[in-house]
Design a protein around this ligand. Sequence first.
Ligand code: MN
Length: 735
Amino acid sequence: MIRQYELVDRVKKYNPHTDEALLNRAYVYAMKAHGGQKRASGDPYFSHPLEVAAILTEFRLDDASIVAALLHDTIEDTSTTRQEVDELFGHQIGALVDGLTKLKKLDLVSRQATQAENLRKLLLAISEDVRVLMVKLADRLHNMRTLHYVPEAKRKRIAEETLDIYAPLAGRMGMQEMREELEDLSFQALFPDAHKTITDRLKHLRARSSDIIARIEQALAKKLFENGIQADISGREKRPYSIWSKMERKAIAFEQLSDVFAFRIIVGSVEECYRALGIVHTTWPCVPGRFKDYISTPKQNDYHSLHTTVIGPGHQRAELQIRTEDMDRVAEYGIAAHPLYKDGASEEERAALAKDSRAYEWLRRTLEIITEGDSPEEFLEHTKLELFQDQVFCFTPKGRLIAMPRGATPIDFAYEIHTNVGNSCVGCKINGLTQPLVSELRNGDEVEIIRAEGQTQPPAAWESLVRTGKARAAIRRATRAAVRAQYAGLGRQIVERGFERAGKVYSDDILKAVLPRLARTSVEEVMSEVGRGEMLANDVVRAVYPEVKADRPVGRTEKVPGSRGLKHGSTLREIGPGAIHGASGSAIPILGLRADLAVRFAPNGGAVPGDRIVGIMVPGEGVTIYPIQSPELAGHEDHPERWLDVRWDMEAAEVLRFPARLKLTCVNEPGSLANITGAIAERDGNIDDISMVARSSDFHEITLDIGVHDLKHLNDIIRDLKRLDVVSSAVRVNG
Ligand code: MN
């Protein structure tokens, strides 16, 4: 375990202005906070944050990062609070430690390798500060270095996660050395036998000739220079993980795998690449089948290079990659990891990938500035990570990671899983707690969607609540289908009653037979058009039975009664322009409030259960329900085909509300409006809208749109209002 003064010395080497007192305070604080806690290795727990801080000194990070590293496990694992850290070390360090605590919580979530890319983005989105990410990577690196003390099952899980998430992330950020160490440590934990075989073999090869890499480098450089090519050559022994993954990929036995040395030859131009290749091939024998020209045929990820393997100086196989500086940059950092040019990728996908690759590129440059800059302090303080902040990443209970635009709701989440899940979704739990479906999701939330069996229709209003195009399209589609089905269902009832009126019996088969005569292709289409009022039921009947007479306008047989004196239970047959009316028993039942669908209530004054009602069907608008006293019905008297015999079907109606309009004349004095609204609320009436007109200095006229359960409820409210001293008259109005 390194000592307090050693850590300070390391920081001082690159940062002479370091705040020694601050580092010392954090050192002592973290040591005390972790107290007697032990690591799996048996070491004091404090050795871990200390080592993490030490790793960060290699990246020459600022004081805030070093302190955050020392404190990174305190909030989660000790009694320390965020507030305490803020008070003792300032808000900046508090925010860093808080970020690390958030990331640590993420470790507990189960995950799938196929979601790795999204998990990396989630990590970046949560980090918010590049220093949080750096501490997190150093934390992971130290945990990997001490992984052999951890029980086997946990060890494998951590190693897999490191291989899937953290090693590639380090690579994207341009930290190739850290990537390789993370890969090798993971490989060792996951496949200890394979790892040992490969390292033993490498040891053996190294023992045979210790300076082999330098000798091959020199030989290559000399030969190229003689032929007028200035090349930058770097050779290295491949890492065990990279050797192993090549064996896996190519299914080669280890005995055959002798090219464990790899050399990169960087030249000035494409032309020089090919010339260098020619020189190499005429100087040393090449291994057959190993030459690849990724310059004339680049890989899908835009990787350009020439590959070959030769039996080089000292009869040692050497794998060579020849490329230009530009090609090297792409291979190292750039879009190599992104299948930008994947065939069949949509414009949108390409744009997203390009954006991602720019994000990683930005991150890499940022880290370069930190690790190479003279004074990273100020730069770090003003560098905020804004990567993937426009996205939000949430988990299913099984650990699947779903990426959505920021502002997404559980409804979006449900539709991301599957359209059927979205359509049948009725509720949700976020992190185990029941929450409204319109909640805004946050990074790392675990979302459980509650579905109702038999529910297939989302409320149309969801369309305006969701953020993803996928959810919006699905809701629109489902709503359209439901409206279509509703129209067709309504049309079917109208057609069946049309047949009944003509004394005939309807069946789908007889309608099918006359479809050509109606110039329609399906029964469904006919029903839907009748439901929309675009085709007359009588025309359908007459297509089958031409002898049936056409509907004619018939005057009303009863005077329209006023809002008082309605007799309950009387039939509707005598009220409309009778042509379409059957027996009252065959009236079309109007279900509760499905106002989002084909049936709506009279816009001026509504209709409530207990009212005698009539449906008016206007082509393209569906059915509007009017109480029979509505003066607006007069406007439809010349269109008997629009009149529909309807009745209330109110089994479960108590909870529903229906619209009605009241007109009040009331005294103009302070508090009168409060009296009125109070009286309505007292009776459990619901006020939807109020408009007020001053009639004189003494009186106001108020128009009130209210929601009531039925006619009795409405009349109770009217009676209560009339009793108020401030109200001089209260009447229901229609239209
Ligand atoms: Mn840790």
